[in-house]
Write a new protein. Structure first.
Length: 260
């Protein structure tokens, strides 16, 4: 057995970055060791600062954010209250753990233009190109390259995106967890909005997300480093989400486990 390499596929939760619509950008209040020492005086009556190591106490952070901030795993409940054509949609605390640790495969669509569709035919052609046949519970990662723009205003409109058809193509083959290195699994929302304005077709609105109404699945958004996975398959992905009661998503730190 060779050595094992662990590749982080997540971005950090950071304040003040144009990583979301303004109302969703995370806020982090940092309590440093000096302020922490002041707090400790309240917890331990009678103690003096000079009795603490170098007069310093604990540090901690207070966060204000959504469950969709940073790299996160969306549960079927995010897309609709039902999944699998009528069953109650799973929330993030109900996602089976065996969905979240499986063989991974990366499909490269980084040459596609911003806002372009990734079709079922595209997915099939890419699988053929890399010589891989999907099996149930594989974790499929879609590389569009939008992560290069992380922290910049244009991040929200970068990358191609999946469609209902291409999403169901994966679900029909037993896939339950997928991911993308862009803000959304769908094409960027401004592209969808402009297209709807032109043709008035509601079927394009959030179509890849709404595919979960027919077949329940989870997707990771705001991933990174997919281009650094050395081979398109032959590695494992682990992506257990934070357990938030009855929530539509949970923060996740996906990792590719690569045997060298």
């Amino acid at each position: 057995m060779g050595s094992i390499k662990y590749l982080d596929l997540s971005i950090a939760i950071e304040p003040d970055l144009p990583s979301d619509p303004p109302s969703m950008i995370p806020k982090v209040e940092y309590t440093n060791h000096i302020s922490g020492a002041n707090q400790m005086l309240d917890f331990f009556p009678g103690i003096k600062k000079n009795q603490l190591p170098e007069g310093l106490g604990w540090s901690l952070e207070t966060l204000t954010l959504t469950s969709h901030s940073g790299t996160h795993l969306d549960a079927p409940y995010h897309y609709h209250p039902t999944m699998d054509k009528g069953k109650r949609a799973l929330t993030i605390d109900e996602i089976p753990l065996d969905w979240c640790f499986n063989d991974g495969v990366v499909l490269d669509f980084s040459s596609k233009a911003d806002g372009e569709r990734i079709t079922a035919a595209d997915v099939e052609a890419e699988l053929k190109r890399i010589g891989y046949r999907l099996k149930p519970l594989d974790i499929v990662l879609i590389h569009v390259g939008a992560d290069k723009f992380w922290g910049k205003p244009e991040y929200l409109v970068k990358g191609a995106g999946m469609t209902k058809e291409s999403t169901l193509y994966l679900m029909d083959r037993g896939i339950k967890v997928v991911g993308i290195d862009a803000w959304s699994w769908d094409r960027p929302l401004p592209f969808l909005a402009n297209e709807f304005k032109k043709n008035g077709d509601p079927k394009i609105i959030w179509e890849a997300h709404f595919a979960g109404i027919e077949k329940g699945y989870c997707h990771m958004e705001k991933m990174t480093n997919l281009d650094k996975i050395p081979k398109p398959f032959g590695f494992k992905v682990v992506c257990f989400p934070i357990k938030i009661k009855a929530a539509s998503a949970g923060w996740v730190r996906p990792v590719a486990i690569i045997e060298e």
